[in-house]
Write a new protein. Structure first.
Lengths: 190, 227
């Protein structure tokens, strides 16, 4: 509970909650223990290690789909662009070079009965992007990159826990997207 | 008379309700909506559904034995068994057949538009508890799962949605009205919700399709009678 997973978006007309990415690794591990969220959890990557810049991250901003019996009325925005900005700050306009162009994102959160009086939640975050770069001979290349991260956990009686849970899973998906794109770039240049 | 009144009271206190919920996770591209057909269906049973699923499979095998059919063998089985046989088939065989039957009924016939591959991950399956329904208030049959849609030709993910079917039954009468073939009914309702997404049907359009289908059915019966 050290870090609140939700902030009220007072400016939003629909008064939906917004997933807050102000989480460090210690806060993630503590929250994960509290909510039984599956690990392991990645360290914050070194932005300088990525050979590309990030574009269009707002394309992945979305509303979380909650399909469990309870908390269905709980509306929650997942601003992936804020997460990606945190992981890999955007390039100033006019800078060219290899780029990871984000195309879409989604979150599916559901809680299911896994036996008599037992409940388990599953939270899945999908992110898609296109990696654009040129080979040494000048040939332009576009590679689709997509990741799908699902972690089991618990929500307990508090709908607010869903936002913290979503922040943790989305962060893993964001880091995996960057790492996968980086690996694809390196592979193309070997 | 007392007995009749007792039975009447039981039925008066019984309820049956259906709730089907579909949630689009990733929209299908507009050019594919209502311009597709289901070429194949892959079923994945999630750990959360495994226990109940195994019980239902055993029940289907029992029904198969009761109807004097040989144990299901995929190498010799017909790819298009009769609908009466569905209740005796393994879920992973029955569900794709139901999905194709229902989508065909709603106009997504073979050869139409883009061929799709559906991957259905069944995450929740539950049958009503008779004691709960009769003694407490109600209990429900449920089927919940995620459907990932792929372009069958290119294996490229093009959309996804989630379906949760809940059929509640209350009281003695509710359980009696529930009848048999629960697994098939759930599969059919799941398929119906999926067809609504694949065809992009609005409530109004859906009613039109139901009327058109009924009319087509009556016309074919009339022409068969005339011949």
């Amino acid at each position: 509970m050290a870090v609140a997973g939700v902030t009220l978006a007072t400016a939003s007309p629909s008064s939906s909650r917004v997933v807050d990415y102000n989480l460090d690794k210690a806060a993630i591990e503590s929250a994960a223990q509290d909510q039984g969220i599956q690990g392991p959890f990645s360290d914050l990557p070194d932005a300088a290690a990525y050979p590309f810049t990030l574009e269009n991250a707002a394309a992945a901003d979305h509303m979380v789909k909650i399909v469990s019996i309870y908390c269905q009325a709980y509306k929650m925005d997942n601003p992936i662009s804020a997460l990606m900005q945190h992981l890999l700050p955007s390039t100033p306009a006019g800078v060219s070079g290899p780029a990871l162009r984000v195309t879409k994102g989604s979150t599916l959160l559901r809680c299911l009965g896994s036996g008599e009086f037992k409940n388990i939640c599953k939270n899945e975050v999908k992110l898609s992007a296109e990696l654009r770069f040129q080979l040494a001979d000048g040939t332009p290349v576009t590679r689709p990159i997509s990741v799908n991260v699902e972690r089991e956990g618990r929500v307990g009686g508090f709908c607010g826990n869903m936002a913290r849970y979503t922040a943790i899973v989305s962060r893993e998906a964001g880091i995996e997207l960057l790492n996968k794109a980086s690996a694809a770039y390196r592979e193309a240049h070997e | 008379m007392k007995y009749l009144m007792f039975v009447a009271a039981l039925f008066a206190a019984s309820t049956t309700a259906q709730a089907r919920q579909r949630t689009v996770i990733e929209d299908l591209p507009k050019e594919i909506v209502d311009n597709n057909h289901v070429a194949s269906v892959e079923i994945v049973i999630a750990d959360t559904a495994r226990q109940k699923f195994e019980k239902l499979e055993a029940k289907a095998a029992e029904k198969r034995a009761e109807t004097k059919l040989a144990a299901y063998d995929p190498t010799t089985a017909s790819p298009h068994p009769a609908q009466e046989e569905y209740a005796t088939l393994p879920f992973e065989v029955m569900f794709p057949l139901v999905m194709q039957d229902v989508t065909h009924n709603w106009g997504l016939t073979e050869g139409k538009g883009v061929p799709l591959k559906l991957r259905i991950t069944v995450e929740g399956i539950k049958t009503a508890n008779a004691a709960m329904a009769i003694l407490i208030s109600s209990s429900s049959d449920e089927l919940a799962g995620k459907v990932d849609i792929f372009n069958a030709a290119g294996d490229q993910s093009i959309g996804s949605f989630y379906v949760h079917v809940v059929n509640s039954h209350g009281g003695w009468g509710g359980m009696l009205m529930r009848g048999s073939g629960v697994r098939e009914k759930l599969a059919q309702e799941f398929a119906l919700e999926s067809a609504r997404i694949l065809t992009g049907s609005t409530k109004k359009d859906w009613k039109k399709r139901v009327k058109a289908r009924e009319k087509a059915g009556q016309t074919s019966i009339a022409s068969a009678t005339a011949n």
